[in-house]
Structures are given as structure tokens and as C-alpha cells.
Design a protein around this ligand. Structure first.
Ligand SMILES: Cc1cc2nc3c(=O)[nH]c(=O)nc-3n(C[C@H](O)[C@H](O)[C@H](O)COP(=O)(O)OP(=O)(O)OC[C@H]3O[C@@H](n4cnc5c(N)ncnc54)[C@H](O)[C@@H]3O)c2cc1C
Length: 342
């Protein structure tokens, strides 16, 4: 039985798991570990603690499909559309850059439903709150340690966390990464920002003619989404939700500040843009230290192979670009790199 571990329940990890399940003909034990408490990674959807049906996409907002990727990744789009995981974006987003031929999609059940779709398809055993700390090579098998519990053995390991977090791992992996690979991983850079999700009472109305709006004149707020409207879901059973993304300069300046202080500043700035909003019933402040890739790893074809046999491969948007198609391209590259070992 081939024992495979995928680290990271974001889009790249969940899709790698689904593609492995489709590809591996023989018996396969597929495990997926994530340090977070839920699936999604940077495509996370938060629930209001007051009403779990009131949700907000705190990371990725919508999927933009260019004519190039509409063709190249056609099967992925067709599958997600056929299952109702994605639907065309029909609500107005003010200030959005629209290029000819592009199509935009939203996930009505929240953006993390894309990841949940692939996890279900993969049949992987998914474990949350499992932070990988060490990777060692023992008798030609990977021994993977986590913060709690005993280390476990795998024949093949796929890492999909942001590049700086690969460099934080301890054990034999430190010496397996060549100097050139270390430099490539260290050169991957990311923007940083905060997201604030606000969950409101049932019946509350936000009276604006848009579902999302890019803000260009505020030092703190870059984007606002009336998240349920963006996804065209309105109900008498749950209230509206609002998502605010900060600007990158604000994110960088406030990265090490106390979350409560940051949340207060964002709320004050929101008041200048949308005055008179009532108090939300719940809030969720998310720090995105690694938000979107600015520079991806140079000369990497969508993945980085740290060891061939047994295989230890890295994927993720750090090897391509930060969006749906970047992650799909990376997952396909990971599978291509593994094709002679599975
Ligand atoms: C604010 C924001 C807005 C965005 N907007 C858009 C958009 O509108 N459209 C779009 O297409 N894309 C957008 N993106 C980019 C998109 O979200 C990312 O490109 C994509 O989600 C990256 O997926 P990934 O699986 O490669 O990485 P991630 O989603 O980061 O997944 C990596 C996972 O690894 C886990 N992990 C890390 N270290 C460990 C460890 N040691 N042990 C176990 N688990 C670990 C993390 O918890 C995480 O779940 C946005 C991103 C952000 C942050």
C-alpha cells in the first residue's frame, strides 16, 4: 500500500489529493494534515459563531478565468460548475478590472467549498490542527513529526504551505534542500494584509448599489465585499456579512500589532466609508502574513522536487502565481513530477 501525506488543506493540497486518487491505480493510503482548524487555507470561509449559515470569504473572493485558462483548465471549471460549486459572478463589483474575454465566478457556499469538494473527491483522511514540524528520512521512508502525537511514516510527501514555512521545517529536510533550492524558496515574496469579517443580525440591510467595491482613496481599506450579496445568497434565516481587506502598506505596517488594535482601526476607517453601520453580532479578524505571491520561485516548473526516491515534492502558488489557475497549474506539475513514482 502506497502511503502518501499531503501537507496543507488549501486549494493546491486538496487538488493534489484528488488528482492522486484519480491517478494511483493500486492501493493508496492518503492522509492530509493542516495546522489550521478547517479546510481552505487562503481560500477560507469563516462562519458566524451566532449562526453558522452566516459566512464570509476572508481570503480569495472570486475566481477570474482568462480565455487561456478557460481552455487549459477546462475540465476543472466544468467539474466545479457542474457540481454548483462555482457559479458566474452576477453582482456588481465596483472598480474591478475587467479584461475582454475574462469570466468571473463565485462559490455560493463560500470559497472554501472548492477545497471541500476536492477533499471529498480524494477520500483522504483529513486531520486538522496537525502542524508538521520535522521531516526525516529513515530507512528510505519519510518520518513526519507534528507538534503533538507520534511521528508517522510515509512513502511520499507533498508540501503545499507557503515557501517561507517550508524553510521553517526541521530534521533531515534541512540538509536535503540544496543551496540553490534554498535561495529559490527564500526569493519567493508575498504581500501581507488583514481581512476583517463582520457578521450581522437577520434582517439587517446594507443599502449600497454594489456587492463589492475596490477603494482607492483610503490608506487602510482596499476592498469591501457584502459577502452574501457577492455570492447572491440572501435569506430570512441569516443576516448579511461584510468582508474588508486592508491595503498592503497597512498590512505590512501593522503585521506585528495587536489584533484588537488593528480591528479597531479597520472598523473606524470603515465608518468613514460606510457610516452608520450597526454593531455586528460577531467579527473575525484574519492576519494574512503570506497573502498573494509577488515574486514566485524562479526557474521552477510549478513545483520543486526536494528528493526523488522516496519523493518529497513542494507545490503551491509560490511556484506559479496566486489564484485558482496558479494552484491548479502547480497541482498538475506536482502530479507530473511524481508520475514515475506512483
Ligand atoms: C486576501 C487574499 C485575497 C485573495 N484573492 C484572490 C481572489 O480573489 N481570487 C483568487 O483566485 N485568488 C485569490 N487569492 C489567492 C489564493 O487564495 C491563493 O493563491 C490560494 O488560496 C493558495 O492556495 P495554496 O493551497 O497554494 O496555499 P494555502 O491556501 O496557503 O494552503 C497552505 C496550507 O498549509 C497549511 N500549513 C502551513 N504550514 C503548515 C505546517 N507546518 N503543517 C501543516 N499545515 C501547514 C496552512 O494552514 C494552509 O491551510 C487571495 C489570497 C488572499 C490571502
Amino acid at each position: 500500500m502506497l502511503r502518501v501525506l499531503v501537507v496543507g488543506a488549501g486549494l493546491t493540497g486538496s487538488l493534489c489529493a484528488a488528482l492522486l486518487r484519480r491517478t494511483v491505480a493500486g492501493p493508496l493510503h492518503l492522509a492530509l494534515w493542516d495546522k489550521a482548524g478547517d479546510a481552505g487555507g487562503r481560500m477560507i470561509t469563516a462562519n458566524s459563531p451566532q449562526n453558522p449559515r452566516c459566512t464570509a470569504d476572508l481570503g480569495a473572493q472570486y475566481i477570474t478565468c482568462t480565455p487561456h485558462y478557460a481552455e487549459k483548465h477546462r475540465e476543472f471549471y466544468e467539474e466545479l460548475l457542474a457540481h454548483g460549486v462555482l457559479v458566474p459572478l452576477t453582482s456588481p463589483i465596483e472598480g474591478m478590472m475587467v479584461k475582454e474575454g475574462d469570466c468571473n465566478f463565485v462559490a455560493p457556499q463560500g470559497i472554501s467549498s472548492i477545497i471541500k469538494h476536492y477533499l471529498k473527491e480524494s477520500g483522504a483522511e483529513v486531520f486538522f490542527k496537525q502542524r508538521v514540524t520535522q521531516i526525516n528520512l529513515r530507512n528510505n521512508v519519510w518520518e513526519v513529526s507534528k507538534e503533538t502525537g507520534s511521528p508517522e511514516q510515509f512513502d511520499l510527501v507533498i508540501l503545499t504551505m507557503p515557501a517561507p514555512q517550508i524553510l521553517e521545517l526541521q530534521g533531515d529536510i534541512v540538509n536535503l534542500i540544496t543551496e540553490c533550492q534554498r535561495q529559490q524558496l527564500a526569493s519567493v515574496s508575498y504581500s501581507s494584509r488583514y481581512a476583517l469579517g463582520l457578521f450581522y443580525e437577520v434582517g439587517m440591510k446594507i443599502d449600497v448599489p454594489w456587492a463589492g467595491r475596490y477603494i482607492t482613496s483610503n490608506p487602510c481599506v482596499r476592498f469591501i465585499s457584502i459577502d452574501n450579496q457577492k455570492r447572491s445568497i440572501e435569506s430570512s434565516e441569516f443576516g448579511p456579512s461584510l468582508v474588508i481587506h486592508t491595503t498592503v502598506p497597512f498590512g505590512v505596517t501593522h503585521m506585528e500589532h495587536r489584533e484588537e488594535d488593528v480591528q479597531q482601526i479597520i472598523s473606524q476607517q470603515l465608518e468613514t466609508i460606510l457610516p452608520g453601520l450597526p454593531q455586528p453580532v460577531a467579527t473575525k479578524c484574519q492576519k494574512w502574513r503570506y497573502s498573494q505571491v509577488i515574486n514566485s520561485a524562479a526557474n521552477c516548473p510549478g513545483q520543486m522536487t526536494l528528493h526523488l526516491n522516496p519523493s518529497l515534492v513542494c507545490g503551491g502558488d509560490g511556484f506559479t502565481h496566486s489564484n485558482f489557475d496558479g494552484c491548479v497549474a502547480s497541482a498538475l506539475s506536482v502530479l507530473e513530477a511524481l508520475k514515475n513514482h506512483i
